[in-house]
Design a protein around this ligand. Sequence first.
Ligand code: CUA
Length: 188
Amino acid sequence: MSDGAAAHASELVAVAAERRWAWIVGAIIAVIVVMMVITGLHWASMPPSRVETVDAKTLHLRGEFVESNLGTTLAPDGKVTVRVVAQQYSFVPQCLVVPEGMPVTFRATATDVIHGFVVGTTNANTMVVPGFVATFTTTFNKSGEHLMPCHEYCGTGHEAMWARVQVLPRDEFLARARSGERLSCVAR
Ligand code: CUA
């Protein structure tokens, strides 16, 4: 075989390999698009449509996230709400109280950079972004204490940023919440 013929043959091999990979990549993209369509239609998993914003610069001065309004409340209609602020490098309050076996709605925001938290090994897990209110509702099925670490890298103190969460038996929680005060387990 001449040099020219050999070069031509290797070019054909290269072109065939490229075409093969183009099909594989195309197939992967098609599978991902089909998955997105199926999950979107079947489980209605959509990007969040109702985005709540909040002014991070005046959090401490007025509105829902002033310090005296943070912690856990039991509304007269039985709804439990936990309000948390994340900042470099702590959560306020540092210790949260929630009931066992009742839906609990978290509302959280950040003062400075993006943080996040997860409560122990439960599914209570969110990012916390300055300027936005992160909100989700979950139920804790077992009483006990959890660590709640920050799970978004937020600076040099990130690994030291966590809170504690006490899941109280329902009756104990209700007895403590009856006063109408905001609950937390921060030592006074
Ligand atoms: Cu806050 Cu990492």
